[in-house]
Write a new protein. Structure first.
Length: 536
């Protein structure tokens, strides 16, 4: 702790401190000159670290305790008037984000982990000449600082702590980026911690994401859902159409797959008697990266017995609206472009085949021949989407359902701005979904779209083990034809279904996409630490 009175050890090293004071004054800790290279700044900061140690003042102490947080001080003393004192002493810790010193006063802005800031005032009259000297010589922007002192309001009306003593909590050896300049996109992605430090919007997204996940859990638990953790490493990949990541388990000498979905294990839990289950966790899909896809992502998946896809749509709407209200205190969100987006009320519902038929100007049904769909696709799809239509082998792998969905995604999806449930999908593209009760060739499935992107999907689950086995067999045939996303036969799951799974509806929703929906940001901006291709 640095106080006004010098110890004998401090006096011993005082001459050493003064020897380098002129060097340090050129790069004054509070506002290092842009002409000084980063390497030179690091060298000088390392010297300061060593001097702290030589003075017996510790650069990285382990025993610091604060009586109050920055936020609690702000909330408790918000009422102080200009130049008012309290005679109440507190201690607090924060990162130095602003530092200015002149004459007999120095001012520091300390910031906590949520971006709250509070001013600490260093007065020569309060702490003495030597303590002020050490402070000005040894403290830089980016350092973590512990201060103790009286809570006051400054002559300019700024809530402050008038420092009587201070300690270095952690010495920063690298200078922070210039606070008023934007980081490059590459630096933001590779050193996200710097973006969090100087960009309040980036920090707020992380905070909102945490609050969104907490609100999801709370809402589901209040609806009697139970959270279950299912395996990340699986002997078979299933639960979705995707290419898996493969790894090796040395102990068993077998290949394992990073899961692409928790679906088949959560359904096993339903067979085991748990009527309402959910999981929020990571999924892995060995595919490309774009504005709406990442190889690693967070997902909510839930299952509710004795319900169907209509029931689960109502639950999903209620869940999203509840979370929106809980986190943002409203069901209307202002997006970065200034647009107001409304999640309230009942959401739109459309049919996939009817909406596609309307967009094309001709009737498209599950019975429409594949050749006709290929002809339409060659005319309507963008060049990037129809490359495989010029390859005979690729055409053979394409099933009619995939062609229908490709056409729908390009011709209808971009027009869906309001929250919209898209109902009733082709059966050949949904092997885990129950067949539609009244419409041949369809399954009871919906996708939820928000501002043109898919947010969630819901099913009436297929619980008939005989039909499920037939669906898996069809997937195996597709895999033999070269479909990397086709599922494998999962006999263990079939056996579980044979013990009897109750009528059940399920829903899967991407957490990253939910944050996108609420914030209006791109997918990568919703992730605290997105995957970045290494620099060679």
């Amino acid at each position: 702790m640095v106080k006004a009175n010098q110890t004998s050890r401090e006096k011993t090293v005082n001459s050493d401190v003064e020897k380098t004071s002129q060097v340090e004054s050129k790069t004054a800790s509070n506002q290092t000159s842009n002409q000084v290279s980063e390497a030179e700044q690091i060298r000088i900061r390392k010297q300061k670290r060593q001097k702290l140690i030589d003075l017996g003042l510790q650069a990285y102490p382990l025993d610091l305790k604060a009586t109050d947080s920055i936020d609690s001080i702000r909330q408790k003393y918000y009422y102080l008037k200009t130049d008012e004192q309290t005679n109440e002493v507190v201690s607090m810790i924060g990162r130095v984000m602003f530092l200015r010193g002149a004459g007999k006063l120095s001012f520091v802005a300390l910031q906590d982990g949520r971006g709250n800031r509070l001013q600490a005032m260093f007065s020569l009259a309060e702490i003495g000449e030597q303590t002020m000297k050490y402070f000005r010589e040894l403290v830089d922007i980016g350092d973590h600082l512990w201060v103790k002192g009286e809570v006051i309001s400054s002559k300019t009306g700024e809530l402050s702590v008038l420092v009587s003593s201070w300690k270095m909590a952690s010495k920063a050896l690298r200078p922070l980026p210039v606070l008023h300049k934007n980081l490059s996109d590459d630096l933001k992605a590779r050193q996200r911690y710097l973006d969090f430090l100087i960009n309040s919007k980036a920090r707020d997204v992380v905070i909102h994401r945490s609050e969104i996940i907490a609100a999801l859990r709370q809402s589901l638990i209040q609806d009697d859902f139970m959270e279950i953790e299912t395996p990340m490493l699986q002997t078979l990949h299933g639960g979705a159409a995707a290419r898996p990541f493969i790894t090796k388990m040395n102990a068993f000498d077998i290949d394992l797959y990073l899961r692409i979905a928790p679906e088949l294990f959560l359904k096993r839990a339903v067979v085991g008697g748990f009527d309402r289950v959910f999981e929020i966790n990571r999924n892995f899909r060995n595919e490309g990266m774009d504005s709406s896809h990442l190889p690693e992502f967070s997902m909510l998946e839930l299952y509710q017995s004795y319900s169907d896809y209509k029931d689960i749509a109502k639950l999903t709407q209620k869940l999203i609206q509840t979370v929106c209200q809980s986190v943002f205190a409203s069901q209307s969100i202002i997006l970065p472009n200034g647009e107001m987006y409304d999640f309230s009320g009942n959401w739109d519902e459309i049919s996939l085949y009817e909406s596609l038929s309307k967009a094309l100007g001709e009737s498209i049904t599950p019975a429409t021949p594949k050749d006709r769909l290929i002809t339409i696709a060659k005319t309507k799809l963008e060049p990037s989407a129809k490359k495989q239509l010029n390859d005979t082998k690729e055409i053979k792998k394409l099933i009619s359902g995939k062609l229908v969905e490709l056409l729908w995604e390009q011709l209808v999806c971009p027009s869906l701005v309001r929250p919209t449930f898209v109902y009733d999908f082709p059966a050949d593209n949904s092997p885990l979904v129950s067949s539609h009760r009244t419409k041949s060739g369809l399954v009871e499935k919906w996708d939820l779209y928000i501002r043109g992107f898919e947010l969630a999907t819901g099913y009436s689950e297929l619980v008939d083990p005989v039909i499920q086995k037939q669906r898996f067999e069809a997937q195996v045939k597709l895999a033999k034809q070269g479909d990397d996303e086709a599922m494998k036969m999962d006999n263990d799951f079939i056996e579980a279904l044979e013990y009897g799974m109750p009528p059940t509806a399920g829903m899967g929703m991407g957490i990253d996409r939910l944050v996108m929906a609420f914030t209006g940001l791109g997918l990568r901006d919703t992730i605290a630490f997105p995957l970045v291709k290494p620099v060679n």
